[in-house]
Design a protein around this ligand. Structure first.
Ligand code: 5GP
Length: 220
């Protein structure tokens, strides 16, 4: 992973943010991710590879790279993933090369990955990673939202509810935990987190040069 940097209006450089959004499916994460990307051209989405079949309305290369098991195994063997995991009986992985390219280009990267991915990414990239977990207002509301999508069978919905309980159990592997009572309100909170994290001193790699210019005689 390159030393990820971008600049701000004062010309200092900073390390890019690897911004992870996780939630049980149905908690509203995709809507928040889309709004974040629309509002912020510096942020780019990491598109995962998956062995899961394409759902109606999904677009190859935009929602996922849809690959078969043989190709996924090849990518794993060739170390093409930053992280990968089994989720709902399928495999999902984050291709490494596009993330490196986005960081090198001065972008921050948004990841829609589960707790296993968040954990692995944190092991690899530590302080560059910000992990945000979004909770539904209640389990009943989550089930209502999942049924409302109308895209999944009863069996899939039950599987997703079971999985949701497992996912929620990992809430303590995140830096921030938010309850999505209201989509706009939750989006505003996530945006605030991203903005604040960008300003963290540990990310401002160009700060020393700026301070030196301000105070050439003083100690740094
Ligand atoms: P879905 O099949 O509903 O699109 O996604 C199922 C779950 O897989 C979601 O919780 C999503 O965050 C997670 N996921 C998607 N891509 C990746 C990935 O590349 N790595 C990991 N670890 N999880 C992923």
């Amino acid at each position: 992973m390159p030393h990820s940097i971008s600049s701000d209006p004062h010309g200092f450089r900073r390390r890019g943010v690897l911004f992870v959004l996780s939630s049980p499916s149905g908690a509203g994460k995709s809507t928040i991710a889309r709004k974040l990307l629309d509002a912020d051209p510096t942020l780019q989405m990491s598109v995962s590879a998956t062995t899961r079949p394409m759902r109606s309305g999904e677009v190859e290369g935009k929602d996922y790279h849809f690959v078969d098991l043989t190709e996924f195994r090849r990518m794993t063997a060739d170390h093409e993933f930053l992280e990968w995991a089994h989720v709902f009986g399928n495999r999902y992985g984050t291709p490494r090369a596009p993330v490196d390219a986005m960081l090198a280009d001065g972008r921050d990267v948004l990841f829609d990955i589960d707790w296993q991915g968040a954990q692995q990414l944190h092991q690899i990239a530590g302080g560059d990673v910000v992990r945000v977990f979004i909770l539904p207002p209640s389990i009943e509301e989550l089930e209502r939202r999942l049924r409302g999508r109308g895209t999944d069978s009863e069996e899939v919905i039950q599987g997703r509810m079971d999985r949701a309980h497992g996912e929620i159990a990992h809430w303590d592997g995140y830096d921030y935990v938010l309850v999505n009572d209201d989509a706009d309100d939750c989006f505003a909170k996530v945006q605030t987190i991203l903005k604040a994290e960008r300003m963290k001193r540990s990310r401002q790699t160009g700060l020393i040069g700026f301070i030196r210019k301000m105070n050439p005689a003083g100690p740094v």
